[in-house]
Design a protein around this ligand. Structure first.
Ligand code: HEM
Length: 178
C-alpha cells in the first residue's frame, strides 16, 4: 500500500483543464502489472480518501442499492436459477452488502485483491458468464450514479465522485474477468 516515487501531475481543474494538484497513483508492492492497470485508470490515493468520505452515505443507502441490484438480477430467469441452486437471495444480499461497503474502506491492498480473485472463482464455479457479470456491474453503476446525483453536490464534486466510483467498479471488473 505504497505510493509511487515520482509524483504525476494529472489532476485537472474541471473548468480550465489545468493541473491543480500533485497526485500519487495507488500502487501495491510486487504487483507490477496491476500497478500499471491502476495507473491506466488513474486510480490515485486521493480516490481512496474520497471513498472513505463516502462510506457513511453508502452504508446509509446500502439496502436500496442491493435491493435494486437483486431486483434486476432476479428478472433474468437464468440468473435466478443459478442463485437458487447455489445459495439464497437473503444470503447473497448480505454478502453483497459487505462486499460493497468494503470497497468504501478505501483499502486496495493484498487482502482486497485476493478476496476479489476468490469471488471471481466462486462465480466461475456457479457458471456465471462474463456477459452477465458485466451487466450486473453496469446495473450497480447505474444505481450508484443515481445515488450520487441525488446528493446535490456541486457539479465538479459530482464529477469527481462519479469518476472515483467508476474507477473502483472498473478495477473490480478487471480483477474478476482476468
Ligand atoms: C457469491 C458479489 C454478481 C451469483 C457472491 C459473493 C459476493 C458476490 C461478494 C460471496 C462470495 C463468498 O461467499 O465469499 C457479486 C458482485 C457481482 C455479483 C459484486 C456483480 C456486480 C452475481 C450475479 C449472480 C451471482 C449476476 C447471478 C447468478 C452468485 C452466487 C453466489 C455468489 C450463486 C454464491 C456461490 C456459493 O456460495 O457457492 N457474489 N456477485 N453473483 N454470487 Fe455474486
Amino acid at each position: 500500500n505504497t505510493s509511487e516515487e515520482s509524483p504525476e501531475v494529472h489532476s485537472m481543474d474541471s473548468k480550465n483543464l489545468v493541473p491543480t494538484a500533485t497526485q500519487f497513483f495507488h500502487t501495491l508492492d510486487g504487483h507490477e502489472e496491476l500497478n500499471e492497470q491502476m495507473r491506466m485508470i488513474d486510480l490515485t490515493e486521493e480516490d481512496l480518501t474520497l471513498l472513505r468520505l463516502l462510506k457513511p452515505v453508502v452504508e446509509r443507502d446500502i439496502d436500496i442499492i442491493t435491493d435494486q441490484f437483486y431486483k434486476t438480477v432476479l428478472g433474468v430467469g437464468k440468473l435466478e436459477a443459478i442463485i437458487l441452486e447455489h445459495s439464497s437471495i437473503e444470503r447473497l444480499k448480505k454478502t453483497l452488502k459487505q462486499h460493497i461497503i468494503e470497497i468504501f474502506d478505501g483499502n486496495v491492498d493484498e487482502h482486497y485483491i485476493a478476496k476479489r480473485l476468490s469471488i471471481a472463482k466462486i462465480h466461475k464455479r456457479v457458471g456465471l458468464e462474463p456477459k452477465w457479470y458485466l451487466s450486473a456491474f453496469q446495473n450497480l453503476q447505474n444505481v450508484f450514479i443515481t445515488a450520487v446525483y441525488n446528493q446535490s453536490l456541486k457539479e465538479n464534486e459530482t464529477l469527481k465522485v462519479v469518476q472515483t466510483i467508476t474507477k473502483l467498479l472498473n478495477l473490480e471488473q478487471q480483477l474478476v474477468l482476468e
